[in-house]
Write a protein that binds this ligand. Structure first.
Ligand SMILES: [Zn+2]
Length: 591
């Protein structure tokens, strides 16, 4: 799981949950006459029987075992693997192990160059910064606790001198909502001042609530994420971007940003050394922002109100920003590991379903007393083991699926989804022919559950397939209980989604069979507090991987159905990725 500036403890989610009418593929059944409902039941039941009677599928499903998982986790989380940090001996051993397993299974190298690896060039950057603003003829110094500023540019020094500051509201361009905060204003060389989160557009019928038809109401869309806002600043040719931090909409306190400041962060090394990116990415506290706006003769609260309307226009603040950042740099070579099961249908084998799990973790910290190794047994030796078990299951099929399956073990997730990002930006097979991504990050280690959680439930038609398979397993699918925190944007699958590929972010369920209510949440909370991103993330004596096996059997069948299916999975209306996917497929059709 990605910590990064988000310091993302995946916070335990509460799970009081009523009928999933809004998302449920069979929601329509609530409105059908009895006879039609009965017919639907019969249809579902017979489909389930067909599945059960499919012996070829059954032997594949049976090949996924708790012991198989545990053996892989034991190796990957061992002292010898040193916490699997990119660019270390731990990476060397991990990559060797993964290649060994894939080739033992008879899976082909996944890179068309005939190897099992995709090289991922990374750069480590440690930044030190100074900054001040001027407004109303006065200088406003920024102290260490007031702001955080970094650069993604691979250069020893970045300087922005007296750049004009422009308030751009939420900095969002969302065609599906008829929204453009920039209104064509030329922002080259300017410093963009932006609000965090999605525009909280009030419901026209009841202004005390959010409009469910705009930016998914309470849920966070990608437009609310800081990464999106800096991407827009780059697109607009801005000199710098300043996000006004607020704990609520961000989903984490400012202290989290301060904690990551001054630490080494990793970036993908691009041929241009990231010189095309906006030079300065920064955050300030809302207290400092208020001060700045007041100096500039503006009222931040009033402007925030103006910014939730789609007639908002950028406002010149008549203020200037100066930043000076020094970097220390180093290059790190890392690798994604990839293998392939070729599709059996000549007309469909050039289409792909991609499973992902990140192999990397946090390495070792020589300053620690006692254990210095971040074993990452759960995060993400378990997901990596899941990937290997799924790969094995696919090799047990008597007839390979029509489409090809890619098993992609990505690097540097803990550094900001970098391996997945690199793949999605430099795909080995075209993304327009990639039907789906299914990601695994931290398997269930506490036994069987009646449910499974799907982050971002309702995003795409993949979710309908998941719900159908779950139903056949006699299980249910739960949504993310905290959609406002934007978890969907914080794991590897997101890099696929961002490029347009429908992507799944499944998580362990919380309703444990034979356990008291609240057990699942308690276990999750315990993990977050005691073991998450700590050296104590090791295999525990009480582990029970039977629930993980069931989850993987579900994910196997979802990928299998997509690989066999007649239709491409697609984003549902209102998804911020839909337009991108449709444009991509349209270009393909025009070829
Ligand atoms: Zn993690």
């Amino acid at each position: 799981m990605w910590l990064s500036s988000d310091a993302m403890m995946r916070v335990p989610r509460s799970h009081s949950y009523d009928c999933p009418k809004r998302h449920c593929a069979f929601a329509v059944s609530h409105h059908l006459p009895l006879i039609a409902r009965l017919w639907l039941l019969v249809a579902i039941f017979s489909l389930a029987c067909i599945q059960k009677k499919n012996p070829a599928l059954q032997s594949a499903l049976n090949s996924i075992t708790a012991n198989g998982l545990l053996n892989h986790i034991r190796v990957l989380s061992s002292d010898e693997y040193e916490g699997r940090a990119p660019g270390t001996k731990g990476e060397e051993l991990t990559v060797r192990y993964l290649i060994g397993q894939f080739s033992k299974l008879g899976l082909k190298p996944g890179n068309p160059d005939g190897t099992y690896v995709q090289k991922v060039p990374l750069a480590g950057i440690r930044s030190e910064s100074r900054a001040f603003f001027t407004a109303g003829g006065r200088k406003m110094d920024l102290k260490a606790g007031d702001y955080v500023a970094v650069t993604r540019r691979f250069t020893p020094e970045v300087k922005v001198d007296s750049s004009d500051m422009v308030f751009v509201g939420y900095g969002v361009v969302a065609p599906e909502y008829g929204w453009d905060d920039y209104k064509g204003v030329d922002l080259k060389g300017k410093t963009l001042v932006m609000l965090i989160g999605d525009p909280p557009v009030p419901d026209p019928n009841d202004p005390s609530k959010l409009d469910e038809n705009m930016f998914k109401g309470r849920a966070m869309t990608y437009y609310g994420r800081w990464t999106y806002k800096y991407e827009m600043a780059t697109e607009k040719g801005a000199a710098a971007a300043v996000i006004i931090h607020e704990t609520g909409p961000a989903g984490y306190p400012f202290a989290v940003l301060l904690g990551s400041s001054g630490q080494e962060h990793f970036e993908i090394q691009r041929p241009d050394g990231n010189m095309g990116r906006v030079a300065v990415e920064s955050w300030i506290t809302s207290g400092k922002a208020k001060e700045l706006f007041a100096l500039a003769g503006q009222d931040l609260e009033q402007l925030k109100k103006a910014a939730v309307r789609n007639d908002f226009k950028p406002l010149d603040l008549r203020a200037k920003a100066s930043f000076h950042i020094h970097n220390s740099l180093r290059e790190v070579q890392s690798q994604n590991v990839v293998s392939k099961l070729e599709g059996s249908d000549p007309s469909k084998k050039d289409e792909y379903v991609t499973y992902t799990a990140h192999w990397d973790h946090l390495g070792r910290d020589a300053t620690l007393k006692g254990d210095q190794i971040f074993h990452g047994a759960h995060d993400n030796a378990s997901g990596t083991a899941g990937l290997l078990e799924l790969a094995k299951a696919y090799t047990k099929l008597q007839l390979r699926p029509k489409r090809s399956i890619l098993f992609l073990s990505v690097t540097a997730e803990e550094q900001g989804l970098l391996g997945a990002k690199y793949y999605a930006e430099n795909p080995l097979y075209p993304l327009r022919s990639t039907l789906a991504n299914i990601n695994m990050d931290g398997l269930n280690t506490w036994g069987r559950t009646k449910d499974m959680v799907l982050i971002g439930l309702g995003n795409s038609t993949l979710d309908d397939i998941v719900m159908e398979v779950a139903r056949q397993q006699g299980r249910t699918i739960q949504p993310d209980a905290e959609p406002e925190k934007g978890f969907y944007y914080r794991s590897d699958h997101f890099e696929f989604a961002k490029q347009g590929v429908p992507a799944l972010d499944p998580e362990p369920g919380v309703d444990y069979i034979g356990k008291p209510e609240g057990y699942g949440l308690q276990k999750r909370r315990e993990f977050t507090e005691r073991d998450y991103h700590r050296v104590s993330d090791v295999i525990k004596p009480g582990w029970d991987l039977s629930g993980a096996v069931e989850d993987l059997q579900l994910l196997f069948q979802v990928g299998y159905r997509v690989a066999e299916g007649e239709q491409y999975p697609e984003w549902k209306p209102g998804s911020e990725f839909k337009a991108k996917r449709e444009a991509m497929l349209k270009r393909q059709a025009q070829r």
